[in-house]
Design a protein around this ligand. Structure first.
Ligand code: AMP
Ligand code: ZN
Length: 135
């Protein structure tokens, strides 16, 4: 296993974290409402809040409420959760007025992917043209 992958493992994808959350995980603390965030959508399995350092006029993060470090830490049981995450992204985009103009949905994963917070999150970005390829 690569070093960042084992790092993700060690940051918790196990049963305990799924049940009680990770007290040292920033996004788990946002889920627990112990750290403030501008929440724009919430359902039984997901939470969406505006990014504190927006890179576009609209920049919202959609996360699973249960702690999962990254997408490769998910398994077949998470199929519904992963679907709900994308559906939540579409709801957020519509709520933010991006449905017609378009938007980008991004999951930075691991070191080369630029992931800095090791609780799975989907960036929903829009309100300006997004360049391709990304930097
Ligand atoms: P990534 O680099 O893909 O792991 O993205 C992490 C994102 O979390 C960055 O865009 C940060 O600006 C954002 N972020 C970090 N702390 C907070 C916070 N307290 N509230 C909202 N967004 C945050
Ligand atoms: Zn977490």
């Amino acid at each position: 296993m690569s070093s960042w992958a084992s790092d993700l493992e060690s940051r918790g994808s196990g049963l305990r974290s799924e049940v009680v959350g990770m007290s040292d995980c920033l996004f788990c603390r946002i889920v627990e409402k112990k750290i403030p965030a501008k929440i724009v959508h919430e359902d039984d399995q997901t939470l969406a809040f505006d990014d504190v350092n927006p890179q576009a006029p609209v920049h919202t993060l959609v996360i699973p409420k249960k702690h999962v470090a990254a997408v490769q830490n998910c398994n077949a049981q998470d199929e519904g959760l992963l679907g709900q995450l994308l559906l939540a992204c579409a709801k957020v985009a519509k709520q933010k007025g991006l449905a017609e103009s378009g938007y980008r949905v991004v999951v930075n994963t691991g070191r080369d992917g630029g992931q800095t917070v090791f609780h799975l999150h989907v960036h929903v970005m829009g309100g300006r043209h997004m360049a391709w390829p990304p930097g």
